[in-house]
Design a protein around this ligand. Sequence first.
Ligand code: PGA
Length: 254
Amino acid sequence: MARTPVIAGNWKMYKTIAEAKEFLVELIPQVKECEARVYIAVPYTALAPLAEQAHGSNVVIGAQNMNDASEGAYTGEIAAAMLVEAGAKFVILGHSERRHVFGEDDAFVNRKVRRALDEGLQPIVCVGETLKERSRNQTEEILRSQIEGSLAGVTAKEMSKVILAYEPVWAIGTGKTATPKTAQESHQFIRQLVAELWNEEVAEEIVIQYGGSVKPDNVRKLMNQPDVDGALVGGASLSVESFREIVNFSMSEV
Ligand code: PGA
């Protein structure tokens, strides 16, 4: 595969600074040989210490969200430049928990994507349908509107910095992984859509991660699909043991 796989952990609202540091001390030596790029999206408080700790290793530290404004009177929010200063290299945007629990829409996600790109942060842009939408056969329609909306105005050149994450909402934190075939169908659709909206070259190069109950025992089959280029891992990224196995998926037996 020409695309280098990217496996990203998403710690959500877990781990104190002390716990995060301990995790990284153990992880770094265990992922030296892996063929994937290893990303971890950590809580804001752990960003600066972990970015410093990860320096010189092949683990890349990033954030889970940000605001679209450059600065301002937005109590509790955080700006892209602050994340960059703390050492973040990437940021997850439009995660389904942000969309569904905090009511973020595509227009807001789009403003954040453009801000992140302007500030030199690599966005991981999440899209995915709910169970209801899937049962009504609306998966492709939803993916199209989320991608068109979240990435509006992003140029082909800028798209080379974007990672897409396909995360069917019904598979997140539920233990219900999409079958490799279902994941592949959506990934293939997304890649074709990227070709249509930008061009073939962008579509060929873009990394499309799968997310939703990725575990050591299903990662290999998912990663074997031609259009699955990585994983966005929630629960299983919280233990060194399982995250290490996922990141080293090419050595797993399943
Ligand atoms: P999960 O979460 O692996 O726990 O399903 C994935 C995600 O929310 O990115």
